[in-house]
Design a protein around this ligand. Structure first.
Ligand code: APR
Length: 239
């Protein structure tokens, strides 16, 4: 008996790995970090996104992330997020994101690995394995884990290890096609993931203003929404 075409396709799904950064969510109304008007222009990163900042001025750090979370509640996934979710009908899509928002998940992507933590989660300050969903936008002083210690934002701050990086490396090594969307590739170890892409694997970059491109890569000089549409057409040749 002949295998139906759709089943055949599913069995042979190729692995599409996508590394995303803040530009992915820009069209949803979330600010990027290093561009003009970016978050790190308004805030000193050392004052809000380091373990030292949390020791020195936890109120400021808490307010910074509460504000980000409040804003995220008003944002919706954009065409780029939904376009990547739709690609799951054609590819085994793995998203590795530097973003702490949940817009990939809300768009319907099923395999999302967060390198830098998740804004809508909190974790214990004594036991990092204790991670909780935050109801609404506000994490407060006095919100404690089951061991009784204060919860902190579930964010990987500068100077902290990136626990998900090993899993990310393994995913990247298995990629049949690799795409990078909306990141300046300034922050390591995330940017270093490109070094683990196997030789000969097609590489795409979607960014209206690309920088730090040291790899042989097809550049789609568009915002994420339109860029994912173009990428989807390009990828048809790999089916
Ligand atoms: N679509 C696609 N790309 C875009 C868009 C858009 N609509 N708008 C901007 N960009 C691109 C910019 O041209 C830039 O190359 O997104 C990139 C954003 O770069 P950064 O501001 O440096 O953000 P990112 O690379 O995600 O930062 C990495 O640094 O401080 C941190 O932890 C934070 O995860 C973050 C990490």
């Amino acid at each position: 008996m002949e295998t139906p075409f759709s089943l055949n396709r599913i069995n042979k799904q190729k692995k599409l790995v996508v590394l995303t950064g803040s530009g992915m969510s820009q069209e949803s109304g979330i600010r990027t970090f290093r561009e003009t008007g970016g978050l790190w222009e308004e805030y000193d990163v050392t004052e809000v996104a380091t373990p030292e900042a949390w020791q020195r001025n936890p109120e400021l750090v808490m307010r910074f992330y509460n504000d980000r979370r409040k804003q995220l509640c008003e944002c919706r996934p954009n065409a780029g997020h939904t376009g990547l979710a739709k690609l799951e009908t054609l590819f085994d899509v793995h998203i590795i994101t530097q973003n702490v928002d949940d817009l990939h998940e809300r768009a319907g992507s099923s395999k999302v690995l967060h390198l830098h933590g998740e804004l809508k989660k909190a974790r214990s300050t004594v036991d990092p394995s204790l991670v909780y969903n935050i109801d609404g936008w506000e994490l407060k002083f006095g919100d404690v884990c089951e061991k009784g210690s204060q919860l902190r934002p579930h964010i990987v701050w500068f100077g902290e290890p990136v626990p998900a990086i090993e899993e990310a490396v393994q995913i990247v090594q298995q990629a049949d096609v690799f795409a990078v969307i909306g990141t300046s590739l300034n922050v390591y170890p995330a940017a270093g993931l490109l070094n683990y892409v196997s030789d000969g694997v097609p590489l795409y970059l979607i960014d209206p203003n690309p920088s730090n491109v040291y790899w042989q890569v097809d550049i789609i000089k568009e915002k994420a929404g339109r860029g994912v549409e173009i990428l989807t057409r390009e990828l048809e040749k790999f089916l």
